[in-house]
Design a protein around this ligand. Structure first.
Ligand SMILES: [Fe+2]
Length: 434
């Protein structure tokens, strides 16, 4: 049963009270006709007053109960859907949808902020829009729900009352939620105002939390980018490598239909896979000649060093496997643990292909970059030895589709890879609805 239906039932209940009142009035009239009826008349009158008082109290309690019932229903509905929300405008939409269901036969809409903070127009004649903008402004300034009847001509003729509630995220005005009603619907009650006030406050709190979360996410993305850049800058030949590995790994991850969370962790893992190189000596990392066995052993420490850096961040636990195992080989001859085949976590097998492909298509101190087709040929030759053969086939197809179907396809691919944007960045940079 909806909250509104509960109201209707409550109204029916008060109809029953009217019957009792009517019977008491009849009894009172009969008592007045009886000998010595005045005592009985007084008794009937006292009972009548008591019934009246109880009825009024019951109606008040029913309204209060209704308001709490509807608040709970909407809060429950909204919190159930919150995990899927990525943008603050979706939070507002959730509340508006719930209010529409709760306030059937009333129009519910969102008023975006477009009124200047000091936009007082006192003393100027009011046009229809001025009245409504003034109502929203008054609501915003008082930070409380307001109900007003529009002056003639200020709204469409069917609108007899407007209720507006402001949504504030902390001190910042986000929007106002407005409800209008026509004359064939009951007037807004104090319980309706209470309901809108509670929900706009809850909506504002959620938006404020959402903004704080976005700021934290933005800060962590910026910090990771700085860290990754610092590592890549250690060697001019690896500049931008981590971003491009993130991009190529994402191509494969999407083609494999990874879920949003898995895809984000794959991207973090790809971005951070070489972060441990920050602890590798420069004379080894930048050496142009052949590495000695000791030097190579030192280089081979970097996946474990990367793992140690990333495991310090509990939120990135899902990115650890790719970081630790990105130098394993499908034939088991890789490092650090010599795992083979599908024992190597999928995340690491994806990053490994992206890593090798970017290394092949980048200049190195000891050779110029291979062109993309030669790099794909080398990956194919290495399938089953270095790389996962199934992932290699899929990657081959993805790169060919992307490059061959567009003019300057390879240049565009490299440009996109160098500007790689994570899923979480996309959410952050989406237009604000508030
Ligand atoms: Fe590496």
């Amino acid at each position: 049963m909806s909250g509104r239906e509960l109201v209707e039932q409550t109204s029916t209940g008060s109809g029953r009270s009217d019957d009792v009142r009517h019977q008491l009035e009849t009894l009172s009239a009969r008592a007045a006709c009886l000998q010595g009826g005045s005592a009985l008349e007084r008794l009937v009158s006292a009972v009548s007053e008591a019934v009246e008082r109880i009825t009024v109290e019951n109606e008040g309690m029913a309204e209060e109960l209704l308001s709490v019932y509807e608040q709970l229903g909407i809060v429950f509905e909204v919190t159930q859907k919150l995990p899927t929300v990525q943008h603050e405008s979706e939070v507002i939409d959730l509340f508006v949808d719930s209010l529409r269901r709760s306030f059937q036969k009333r129009e519910v809409f969102v008023v975006q902020p477009r009124i200047p903070a000091n936009g007082s127009r006192e003393g100027t004649p009011e046009s229809p829009n001025d009245w409504f903008e003034g109502l929203v402004r008054r609501t915003r300034e008082s930070r409380s729900v307001t109900v007003e009847s529009p002056p003639a001509g200020a709204t469409p003729a069917w609108v007899v009352e407007v209720m507006v509630g402001p949504v504030f995220a902390g001190k910042s005005f986000v929007c106002a939620i407005a409800l209008t009603r026509s004359s064939d619907v009951n007037g807004f009650r104090s319980s309706d105002m209470l309901l809108l006030e509670s929900l706009t406050m809850f909506c504002g709190d959620l938006i404020r939390n959402h903004r704080l979360l976005q700021e934290l996410r933005e800060m962590s993305v910026t910090m990771v980018r700085s860290l990754v850049n610092a590592v890549d800058q250690k060697d001019q030949y690896t500049s931008g490598h981590s971003l491009r590995v993130g991009y190529f790994a994402s191509l494969l991850g999407r083609a494999l239909n990874l879920g949003n969370e898995e895809l984000q962790m794959l991207q973090w893992s790809a971005l951070l896979h070489d972060v441990g190189k920050i602890g590798i000596r420069d004379d080894v990392l930048k050496k142009k000649g052949r590495l000695t066995e000791d030097e190579f052993d030192h280089i081979k420490e970097h996946p474990v060093r990367s793992h140690k850096v990333v495991e310090e961040v509990p939120q990135l636990a899902g990115a650890l496997e790719g970081v630790l195992h990105h130098h394993e080989r499908f034939d088991g001859a890789g490092y650090p643990l010599g795992w083979a085949g599908e024992n190597i976590p999928l995340q690491a097998r994806i990053i490994q292909i992206a890593d090798v492909f970017d290394a092949l298509t980048s200049d190195r101190a000891y050779r110029p970059a291979y062109d993309w087709e030669t790099a794909l040929d080398i990956l194919r030759e290495e399938a089953g030895r270095t790389t996962d053969p199934q992932l290699q086939k899929m990657f081959d197809r993805l790169i060919r589709e992307q490059v061959e179907n567009h003019p300057n396809g390879w240049e565009k691919t490299v440009e996109q890879a160098n500007r790689f944007v994570q899923e979480s960045d996309k959410c952050r940079s989406a237009p604000s609805g508030g």
